[in-house]
Design a protein around this ligand. Structure first.
Ligand code: NCD
Length: 319
């Protein structure tokens, strides 16, 4: 196979993104937020961006698409349900086809871990990973970080290795299948935060502690919550459970974030959830809609962060 060099505008994983680069993406995000719409629409005018989605998505896909359009780019969506992917075309051939059609950047969501690397190497184009299997969801980690920094009134443009020192963040739920958890775990501790992972054994095996330095694993949500300033709830990914049976009643009793639990353990904690939520399961509607929740801010920050990632990918100048 003829392999191209990885394009520097790609974002394939958060794991090796240096903190100064994180700060620079957050600074670009802030600048774009201040840029008038008419100016913004010139930044990627006439550039072609392909969204290649092999898995369902609401927030990630829409925000990338709206971000691209607000920058003046032309977008096209290729999804596994209505394209030659259904006919068995490989990721490589689909990528090369998109490039031959003039795509200058590909946003990829795919069920196989590592697939963004394959696409980046075969096309040589900047590839933005919009979620690969259980591995990575780097733009989600960046938008979560922006949400946290905004809520804490910390300057996002100067993040460094101690920015989140003293903060404890508990991530609760289906850690095993969660690329969101994996990306956050590979970013937040590098900024000084303490991260606690919480969930039942089948959804959080002990080996998860090895994902990053200083991670703590617990089965006791109340206790973890009582030590946390931030709690991130995750959906149980039914589509990836592969026969695994869970007693949902017991799960809800032990791990649901509801009003009594929040009020008792962490009445001031910031509540995050990447979506999609299953209200009444991992989180109660009351908490999701309550004053602690920054869930819709996460969505809005997704649009901002993804605008910056597209500008970065295509090398446009945003002063
Ligand atoms: C998540 C995903 O697809 O990884 N959603 C998202 O992108 N915001 C989480 C999930 O599917 O539960």
């Amino acid at each position: 196979m003829n392999l191209a060099a990885l394009h520097p505008g790609s974002l394939l994983t958060i794991a090796d993104l240096p903190i100064p680069e994180v700060a620079s993406i957050l600074a670009l995000t802030a600048r774009l937020d201040q840029t008038p719409a008419a100016e913004k629409a010139k930044l990627l005018a006439n550039r072609r961006i392909a969204l290649l989605f092999y898995e369902s998505s609401t927030r990630t896909r829409t925000s990338f698409e709206l971000a691209a359009k607000s920058l003046g780019a032309t977008t096209t969506l290729v999804s596994d349900k209505s394209s030659s992917i259904e006919k068995g075309e490989s990721l490589k051939d689909t990528g090369l086809t998109l490039r031959a059609l003039g795509a200058e950047c590909i946003i990829l969501r795919h069920p196989a871990s590592g697939s963004p690397f394959v696409l980046a190497r075969t096309t040589g184009l900047p590839v933005l990973n919009a979620g690969d299997g259980m591995a990575q969801h780097p733009s989600q980690a960046l938008l979560d970080l922006r949400t946290i920094l905004n809520r804490l009134h910390l300057d996002p443009t100067t993040v460094h290795d101690k920015s989140l020192l003293g903060l404890t963040i508990t991530i609760t739920g289906d850690i095993l299948h969660s690329r969101v958890a994996r990306s956050n775990v590979m970013l937040l501790p590098r900024l000084g935060a303490k991260v606690i992972l919480c969930g039942p054994e089948p959804l959080l095996p002990e080996i998860a502690a090895g994902l990053a330095d200083g991670l703590e694993i617990t089965r006791n949500f109340d206790e973890a919550l009582s030590r946390s300033q931030i709690v991130m709830m995750l959906r149980i990914q039914k589509e990836r459970l592969a026969g695994l049976e869970l007693d949902l009643g017991e799960y809800i009793a032990r791990f649901q974030l509801n009003e009594p639990r929040l009020a008792a353990q962490a009445p001031k904690a910031l509540v995050l959830h990447p979506g999609p939520m299953v209200r009444g399961l991992e989180i109660s509607g009351e908490v999701a809609d309550g004053p602690n929740s920054a869930i819709l801010e996460q969505v809005t920050n997704g649009l901002a962060i993804r605008s910056a990632l597209l500008v970065r990918a295509l090398g446009a100048q945003a002063n």
